[in-house]
Design a protein around this ligand. Structure first.
Ligand SMILES: [Zn+2]
Length: 161
């Protein structure tokens, strides 16, 4: 069977040790360990199905998985009142969320809180993301973006050199 353009299957790898790859022709699933591949940001390979011999390409994008170190100032904002709750520094960022260090706060922060996170964009603009605080340990806070859609402004930070 001939290879076609739609046979390129891109897989985003999250916090898993392996990823399932499914033959687009016959549906045979195989799992592949990702650990040896993690040093490569993007990995693409041709695969041949062991059952139906269909040849297809697999693309694994590790950028979404990686957490990139960062040192950027920002604010946590109460969306309802528009007031700044905390001055923070972003210590790392991934497509899913960010690690924050709280520097100055007007009140205590709680796990599960939903706030707006404001920080500069790579191009000099401003990013405002709704975040849920997934952990609060002293001055260290983990914030997850509530919007799961691909955000080019976040990707610009994650992929920045
Ligand atoms: Zn197959």
């Amino acid at each position: 069977m001939a290879e076609t353009a739609q046979d390129l299957v891109e897989l985003y790898v999250y916090k898993k040790k392996e990823v399932a790859i499914v033959c687009p022709s016959c549906g045979l699933a195989k799992t592949v360990p990702i650990e040896p591949l993690r040093t490569k940001g993007h990995w693409e390979v041709k695969a041949k199905c062991t059952r139906c011999a269909h040849i297809f390409r697999i693309s694994l994008n590790f950028r979404k998985y990686f957490r990139k170190p960062l040192a950027v100032q920002g604010q946590l904002i109460d969306a309802a009142s528009g007031t700044t709750v905390a001055q923070i520094a972003l210590r790392d960022i991934s497509m899913e969320g960010t690690g924050i260090e709280v520097q100055d706060t007007v009140r205590s922060l709680a796990r599960g809180e939903v706030l707006h996170l404001q920080f500069p964009a790579v191009d000099g603009g401003r990013i405002v993301k709704e975040v849920e605080l997934v952990f609060v340990r002293g001055s260290r806070v983990g914030a997850r973006f509530t919007d799961k859609n691909f955000d080019p402004a976040v990707f610009a930070w994650v992929s920045a050199k």
